[in-house]
Each structure stands twice: as structure tokens, then as C-alpha cells.
Design a protein around this ligand. Structure first.
Ligand SMILES: Nc1nc2c(ncn2[C@@H]2O[C@H](COP(=O)(O)OP(=O)(O)OP(=O)(O)O)[C@@H](O)[C@H]2O)c(=O)[nH]1
Ligand SMILES: [Mg+2]
Length: 354
């Protein structure tokens, strides 16, 4: 389950600069609006020092980190979703992402054109919110005739039709779908409409370099993740040792990328578990609260179907006792069954039968 995040924002706020730095992919950053006309998709390894420690213990043939996929789209302007097929096409590229990260311009630089003429985070956030809501209204309005027909044909489809109408009313009142009071069943009923405003949102404050340590006003009730896209771009050019020095010189503990990924994991309620041995040391992403068979299923559906048990050690024990043999010796290797709730950092070895 690779986590995917769509990046939205006004034109020229630094989305592609950030995307390029994150993915080292050489996507296009340019000082004019609409520099991005093709969707860019980049896959970023999730930095995790525990993976390095496990590799030190097991000397695997390969190390495979968990990954996050970022999708960079062109900037949205007020009215972008109305009539203009192009903007809708951009938004279609982030329909199936797990979350949306909105880049908000906080940096001052007068050299960089602001589409609205001035730096005003609150107003920019409002503009994007409106565009995403309008896109969802268009999606629902387009689907309604079909949903109505389905509901008349089979009453199993009535919930979907009713919920679509309920959400449409909320959107028309200016609320994001996610903030409406919906039951789990209602949310599930609308799943395949892939509403943009149903996704969890993360705000990235693209700030001036010297503001990085500061705190920022909440946006929509959440703290934005401060990042300086320019600093990230510089960091991306350095080797790890140089990057570390650079961060230290700026008084920062971790790069914006690491902060961003941690926030995204938190927002989505995700955690990692590990598999490790001579062939491979690997991190996997699962929801917090997932049980052992579900964890097994992220590796292979057969592992889930034929799940018998999971030999499990905590990362702390694996680290302290120097691997599986040491854990076994100290009675730290547990045999966990199908009801075991996986803990963050567990090292797991699945036994299954197919
Ligand atoms: N001063 C400063 N300039 C930045 C920063 N981030 C981006 N820029 C500049 O802003 C301009 C636009 O950056 P892009 O990353 O292309 O912006 P975008 O959001 O992808 O724009 P569109 O694709 O047109 O929607 C470029 O000239 C960047 O160098 C920053 O943190 N500080
Ligand atoms: Mg761009």
C-alpha cells in the first residue's frame, strides 16, 4: 500500500519546486504561472533510520523502504473548474490519491509573481477550497441521474443516491465533504465518486528561509507544515552528510520532506512494520490498528488468506539483542495470532499455508 498524495495550490506557489526537490525527478520549476502542463508523478522513499539499523544487523542483499507517491498538478485559479476542461483534467489526476497536500505561499520574494497580486495565505486557501468544492459539485451533478436510476432499480442503491444529495447540499453551502456529518456507511457509499473534498488535507506553508523555525496561524483548524521549497531544492543537490551539516547550520533537525511524510502518516493514521532477513530488509505501511493478517496481506494476498501466525519482535528488542537469534535467546520472539494488533516498528515473519 504505497501512500499517494496529490499536491494542489495556486499557480506559482512552489508546488513543482517542492515536488522536484522531493522526488529529485527534474520536474519543471519556472517563474511563470502554469509551468506544469503534464501531471508529474514521483515516488519518494520514506526515510526511516530503523531500516538502516535492521540492515546493519542482517546484511540483506537489498533494502526496500516504504514509499510515498506525490502527484504534482498545475496551479488552480479562481474559476478554474468552471467550464474549463483543462483544470478538471488536472484534478482528475489526483482523484485517486489518499490525501491532498495544499501548498500555500507564505514567502515574500517580490521577484516571484503572485497570481492574486499579493501574498495572502487565508484568501489563497479559500480560493482553492472553493475550486475543490466546485469540482466535487460537478462530479455529483454528473453522477446523479445515474444514481437515481440505480436507486429506482434496486433499493440497495438508495443510500448512495440519498448521500449524494446530502453531500451536494453541504457542498453548495460551502462545506468540504469531509467536514459534513456522515456515517461510515455514507462515506463508503460515495467512495467510488472519489470526491476531492472527502480526502484528508495537509497544508504546506511555503515560507521564507528565515521563517522556517517560526509558528504559523492554523489553516482550517490544522497547523500547516512549514517548508521552504527553495531550501528543499538546495538539500536535494547535496549528499547526505552535506545535507545534515546544512540542516544543522540552519538549526533544523530534519528536512521538510521528512516532516511532511511524518505529518502525512499521522494524518492518515499510518505506521510501519518491517520484514528482514538475508534477502531483503523492508518497510511496509499499514493503518494503525491493523491486525497481523492484514499486515501479511500487504505483502501478498496469499499471506492473508493462509495466515497461521506471525513471529514478532519489537524494534527495540531486535535492536538491543542484535537480531532474531538474540531475540529468541532472550524470549523476545513472540508467536502472534490473527487477533494481534500490529505495533509500529514490529519486525514480523509470517507463517502461512495456502
Ligand atoms: N523565494 C522563493 N521562491 C520560491 C520558493 N518556492 C518556489 N519559488 C519560486 O517560485 C516560482 C514558481 O515555482 P514553481 O514551483 O514552478 O510553482 P508552481 O506552484 O509549480 O506553479 P504552477 O505549476 O504554475 O502552478 C519559481 O521561480 C520558484 O523558484 C521559495 O520557497 N522561496
Ligand atoms: Mg508547477
Amino acid at each position: 500500500m504505497a501512500l499517494s498524495i496529490g499536491i494542489v495550490g495556486l499557480p506559482n506557489v512552489g508546488k513543482s519546486t517542492l515536488f522536484t526537490a522531493l522526488t529529485n525527478k527534474g520536474g519543471l520549476a519556472a517563474n511563470y504561472p502554469f509551468a506544469t502542463i503534464e501531471p508529474n508523478v514521483g515516488v519518494v522513499p520514506v526515510p526511516d533510520s530503523r531500516l538502516d539499523r535492521l540492515a546493519e544487523i542482517d546484511h540483506p542483499a537489498r533494502i526496500v523502504p516504504a514509499t510515498v507517491e506525490f502527484v504534482d498538478i498545475a496551479g488552480l485559479v479562481a474559476g478554474a473548474t468552471q467550464g474549463e476542461a483543462l483544470a478538471n483534467q488536472f484534478l482528475a489526476n489526483i482523484r485517486e490519491t489518499d490525501a491532498i497536500a495544499e501548498v500555500v505561499r507564505f514567502f515574500g520574494d517580490p521577484e516571484v509573481v503572485h497570481v492574486a497580486g499579493k501574498v495572502d495565505p487565508a484568501s489563497d486557501v479559500d480560493t482553492i477550497k472553493t475550486e475543490l468544492i466546485l469540482a466535487d459539485i460537478a462530479t455529483i451533478e454528473k453522477a446523479l441521474p445515474r444514481l437515481e436510476k440505480d436507486a429506482k432499480r434496486d433499493k440497495a442503491n438508495v443510500l448512495k443516491f440519498d448521500t449524494a444529495n446530502k453531500v451536494l447540499a453541504g457542498l453548495n453551502d460551502g462545506h468540504r465533504a469531509r467536514t459534513l456529518d456522515l456515517s461510515d456507511d455514507e462515506v463508503a457509499a460515495l467512495y467510488d465518486l472519489h470526491l476531492l473534498t472527502m480526502k484528508p488535507m495537509l497544508y504546506i506553508a511555503n515560507v521564507d528561509e528565515d521563517a522556517l523555525g517560526g509558528s504559523f496561524e492554523q489553516i482550517d483548524g490544522c497547523d500547516p507544515v512549514p517548508i521552504c521549497a527553495k531550501v528543499e531544492a538546495d538539500l536535494a543537490e547535496l549528499d547526505p552528510a552535506e545535507a545534515k551539516e546544512y540542516l544543522e547550520a540552519m538549526g533544523l533537525e530534519e528536512s521538510g520532506l521528512v516532516r511532511l511524510i511524518h505529518e502525512a502518516y499521522k494524518l492518515l493514521g499510518l505506521q510501519s512494520f518491517f520484514t528482514t532477513g538475508p534477502d531483503e530488509t523492508r518497510a511496509w505501511t499499514i493503518p494503525i490498528g491493523a491486525k497481523a493478517p492484514q499486515a501479511a496481506g500487504t505483502i501478498h494476498t496469499d499471506f492473508e488468506r493462509g495466515f497461521i501466525k506471525a513471529e514478532t519482535a519489537s524494534f527495540a528488542d531486535y535492536d538491543q539483542y542484535g537480531g532474531e537469534a538474540g531475540c529468541r535467546e532472550h524470549g523476545r520472539l513472540r508467536q502472534e495470532g490473527k487477533d494481534y494488533v500490529v505495533a509500529d516498528g514490529d519486525i514480523m515473519h509470517f507463517k502461512f499455508n495456502v
